[in-house]
Every structure is written in C-alpha cells, then in structure tokens.
Design a protein around this ligand. Sequence first.
Ligand code: AMP
Ligand code: GLY
Length: 422
Amino acid sequence: MNILIVGGGGREHAIAAALAKSPKVDKLYCAPGNGGISALAECFPVKATDIDGMVELAKKLSPDYVFVAPDDPLVMGMVDRMEAEGFKTFGPRANAAILEGSKSFSKGLMKKYGIPTAAYEVFTDEDKAVEYIKSQNSYPAVIKADGLALGKGVIIAKDLEEAKAAIHSMLVDGKFGKSGSEIVIEEFMDGTEVTVLAFTDGKTVKPMISSMDHKRACDNDEGLNTGGMGTIAPNPLYTPEIAAECMEKIFLPTIRAMSAEGRPFKGCLYFGLMLTKNGAKVVEYNCRFGDPETQVVLPLLVTDLAEIMEAVAEERLGELEIKWSSKSCACIVMASGGYPEKYETGKPINGLDDNGQCAGAYVYHAGTKLENGKYLTAGGRVLGVTATGDDLRAALDGAYKAVGSISFEKAHYRHDIGKKAL
Ligand code: AMP
Ligand code: GLY
C-alpha cells in the first residue's frame, strides 16, 4: 500500500513513523513534509492548504490512501475533493470537519443532543455581546472566535474590561478575520484537562489512550497559549470510571448525533475534555489527531495503524480489536526562542544523527529542514523529543535526557512536562 500524508509537522512525523512500521505499507509520501519526515517518506513541496495542488500531486502519485492530518484542509473539504477524484482517504469530509471548523455549530450540536459542555451564547453584535457579559457578571469569562484561529482564538477574560477588549478585537477589529466575525461566549469551567483521541467510522467509536497537553509556553503554566509544548500518555487523571462516563455521555452521543445530522464522522475525532466537579464536559472538538498528542499516543499503539485506517474507510471498525502498550510516553517540545510570538529560523540543530534522530528517544520533527545534510530550524515548534518507559517517570527521564543532548541557538522548552501527573 502507498500512502500520501498531507501535512508537515510533528503530528505528521508521528503518523508517518506509525505507518512505516506496517507490513502493509510499501511507500510513504508526504506533502509538504519536513526535514525529519524525509527520512521516512518522499516529500513534495505542496502546501497542506493547496487543495488543487494536492489533488494534482495525488493524481501523479496514485496513492492507495490519502491521509489528511491538519485541520485547515479538512475543514476546507480536501477529503471531499480527493474522494471525488476516486482516492480513498483517512479524515472527515467537510460536513463533519465543521465540528472543529465552527464552534457555534459544535456548541449547537451539544445543546441539541444533551452532550455536557459549558453553557454559552453566540453573538455577531458587539453591544449584545457586552450586554450579555454584564448580565452574566461571572468571571473569568470565556470568549471564542467561531472559526479556526491556530489555537489562539480563545480569550479567558478576568474582568469586564478584558472581556470588552476581546469582543471588540474579534467583532470590530477583525483580529481573526472571518473566523472571528461570530463569537461564542461561554461559562468558565474549572477542572483538569484531558485529551482523548478516538478512531471512528461513523458507527463505532474506539477511544485511544488518553493524554495530557501543556498549552502555555512556560513552566508552571505561565506565558502565552501555544499549539502545545509537551504531552504525556496515558493521563493518570483519566480513570477507567471517567472513561466509562465519557463513553456513555460524550463519545457515543457525539458519533450518533453527527450521523443523525447526516454528517457521519470518519477519521480521528479529538475530544478536549474538562474534568469538573460536575463530571466530564467537552471543551472542544477537533476533527483530527492532536499535535503534540499524537506524538505520545501513536508510539503506544500496538495494532497496525494502516489496518485501522482501512477499517475506518470500510466502516468495519467494530470488528477490529485495537491493542495498546501498557507503557508510558512523554514528548518534550523544543521550540525556537520567542515562540509563539516572533522567532528566528535557519539555526543549525546539534545532536541529531543522519536520520534526524538521537539515542534513547524518538525525535519527531515539527519545524525543521534538511539542507546539505544538516538539520536546520524552520518553525516555532522545532522538535518533539519523545521517549517511552515502563512508567511516566521513566518516560520523562528518557525524553529529558535526550533533550539535554540536542541544542540549537535560543532553544526553549518546558522543564515541567508531566509534573502534575507524577
Ligand atoms: P479551545 O481552543 O476551545 O480548546 O480553547 C483553548 C484552551 O482554552 C483550552 O484548552 C482550555 O484550556 C481553555 N478553555 C477553553 N474553553 C474554556 C472554558 N469554557 N472554561 C475554561 N477553560 C477553557
Ligand atoms: N494540542 C492541541 C491541538 O492539537 O489542537
């Protein structure tokens, strides 16, 4: 089987590594890919959002499957276009990817089907939004741009002034463009966050091992929100009792609701959950694998990912038993100094071998390029240094030891990944 993976970050590297292990897979292609992925897959310089360009590439390569990993092409309908050209795909169609593409859609779905989430209202008018914030008089208040905003479209306002500024920046100044022309204002949920990725073919849902992301840039959850600075799996706070509750109240109802709406979800569905004192609630849905959650979840997958991909496409996931390792996994993101704001690129990375790897860990490349045999930084998040171990402590020790042997100018990483879970 030949597979074209769409995307070019750490998540796609982890997907490529999992597929490369499969005896069913002959050849991997990736577009645009990156320096590290090129050790596993032939990479092509087509942007993930260039739907026409990707369809042209697929026609040239004739892959048996196209695996669409990032949110934008999914929301833009890349799967629909690939299917129309006769390609088998992994990933939801646009009418299901809307679960991530529009927060007002996903909140409306949860309300209609009684899926636990924060109470909310949707606004397009500044005055009405401010009036609502005042009437609620409850802080922090959570203000979200409706559409995709690179994980930055959520503002937790600590008082009325901050809330007003957030509303104004989205609805009037157009801070997130069209994504913020409609906003969701919702109740603040207090609790612990857990990520659960799940395979689903629209009928059956099979949750993967749980994980914990670390979204803030600096230690002790300080600094700006990022795409994610590190992850661990499994998440020990997600007990079997909570898992059973989530299956009954969140996972199955979501899959059934999407099918009932004529929007069957096929692919990987990301449940961002808050464990509150009133039970688990949905913070957000993503229509794809998480980044950097994938980097700690897929290394623990024992079953062949290519086999799961086929079962999802053929809607026979229910027949497949998916096995997981009992080990733990930890991923430390090494970022460019300044990320998530301004940063420099093109810095040589020391400590990697010819394949972009380092002893004792698996190095997933997020933003690197290979130039004259040397790996250079090429993005905000540069590497996801990942290790497995018999327990979380061992996994973290392995990952941090490897981080200590890798360096580039102004490298920045968190020192407390997984600390809350130890
Ligand atoms: P989202 O993009 O919706 O996942 O939001 C980004 C982050 O903001 C989440 O991972 C949470 O940490 C936080 N967040 C979003 N919504 C809420 C909420 N209603 N209550 C508390 N925290 C939230
Ligand atoms: N790590 C969060 C995300 O993938 O959206």
